[in-house]
Design a protein around this ligand. Structure first.
Ligand SMILES: [Zn+2]
Length: 405
């Protein structure tokens, strides 16, 4: 199998500060060598001179709604037919790929779109990022006689019902079961799920090698989710020091999703802004940097596609928000989107550029650890590589190494 040698790279490996003049070798779907300076290529190598451009890991959006296409220029309703929803979902994930996102973790789908789309991508039938498929959101009924269907999510009552629904969704292709565990963070009314309901859904998922994630705010309810075994904590607005301790002790990933709350705070006339409370954002603006400094594993991802204010494609604006509005360093924001995001997918060897890791990489014209805004410019996302293959853009003028070189 031929080797591709990237020379003169500014390596941003997903963890450490950038290293100029680095050589990275890719063989098949893996990174096999990372060396300081310009290592001599072997005969037959494909040599790509990056002329100082940045090579960074493919990014991960950890809260992704492939099936949500209710915002932006081309939109469809929440109850659009499954076929149309699926086609839009494919287009959304391809937008993510072009923006440098090579992995997406589902946070709630419509129908069984995530599972089927992930199958189509994994089989190579369509080009797209790695997609960890989500279930429809399981939402707690307020009264037992409420209908279960009729909204894009699935309504459940009691532990047995949550367990059965989780199993059905996993059978329909979900690898992550999404739970609406509490109101807050744009969710205006939601009965709090009980500990028994959270545990029943999580146990059912774990018994089948799947995971759960919960939309949850408020310290007590976040603690309940952690204890019940919920794997991924979405939002965690109003996290306290006790919550931070528990998140670290239990190695939970947290998606603060502060981009839509920030937009809403800044302009109350935006579509959807009325669902967000300014105080929630201001609280998190203080707490998230503290939690980050203490070692909580944050991952980016927000409700892109749900509102006009956050159309699909705008994903890196969330990173800019963390840097410019929340005070997270660009390097930390990149670590959230790469190293931590890679870990959160559950796919081994993803998220950093090191020997042995999967070659999911982005060539960026500019250094995002110096100026995070370079990630917003499509012209600067030069090439996107997934598992060693170019999936968007082109390699900058590759050459063939001669035996004499
Ligand atoms: Zn969401």
């Amino acid at each position: 199998m031929g080797r591709t040698v990237f020379r003169n790279a500014n390596l941003l490996d997903g963890d450490k500060p950038s290293r100029p003049d680095t050589t990275i070798v890719v063989e098949g779907d893996r990174v096999t060598e990372v060396t300081a300076g310009n290592a001599a290529p072997r005969a037959g190598d494909t040599v790509v001179d990056l002329h100082g451009m940045t090579l960074m890991p493919g990014m991960v959006s950890g809260h992704y709604h492939a099936a949500y296409s209710m915002g932006g220029e081309n939109k469809i309703g929440m109850s659009a037919p499954a076929s149309q929803t699926a086609l839009y979902a494919l287009a959304n994930t391809q937008k993510a790929l072009r923006a440098g996102y090579t992995s997406l973790v589902g946070a709630g789908t419509f129908y069984d779109v995530d599972g089927r789309l992930a199958e189509a991508i994994d089989s190579g039938m369509v080009t797209g990022p790695r997609l960890i498929p989500s279930s429809r959101a399981l939402s707690p009924k307020v009264t037992e006689d409420e209908p279960a269907e009729g909204v894009p999510w699935l309504k459940c009552w009691g532990p047995d019902d949550f367990r059965d629904a989780a199993i059905r969704e996993i059978e329909r292709g979900a690898r992550i079961v999404k739970l609406f565990a509490a109101q807050g963070h744009a969710m205006r009314s939601c009965r709090e799920m009980t500990f028994e309901e959270l545990k029943a859904a999580s146990d059912a998922a774990h018994e089948r090698g799947a995971r759960t994630r919960a939309h949850v705010c408020g310290a007590a309810q976040v603690m309940k989710c952690i204890e019940a075994g919920v794997d991924i904590i979405d939002h965690a607005d109003w996290m306290t020091d006790e919550v931070i301790d528990a998140l670290i002790a239990n190695n939970r990933f947290v998606l603060p999703s502060m981009y839509t709350p920030w937009l809403s705070k800044d302009d109350r006339t935006l579509d959807g802004a009325e669902y967000y409370d300014e105080e929630d954002f201001e609280y998190m603006r203080k707490k998230v940097p503290e939690a980050n400094a203490r070692g909580v594993k944050f991952v980016p991802g927000d409700d892109f596609g749900f509102f006009d204010m956050a159309p699909h494609g705008d994903y890196s604006k969330e990173l800019v928000c963390y840097v410019e509005q929340v005070g997270i360093s660009p390097l930390d924001a990149i670590r959230w989107a790469t190293k931590f995001g890679g870990e959160m997918t559950g796919i081994p060897d993803l998220g950093t550029i090191e020997p042995g890791k999967l070659a999911d990489m982005v060539i960026v014209d500019g250094d995002p650890s110096v100026d995070i805004r370079v990630l917003l410019d499509p012209a600067r996302i030069v090439t996107v590589i997934k598992g060693g293959e170019v999936v968007s853009g082109q390699l900058p003028v590759p050459q063939r190494a001669m035996a004499a070189e």
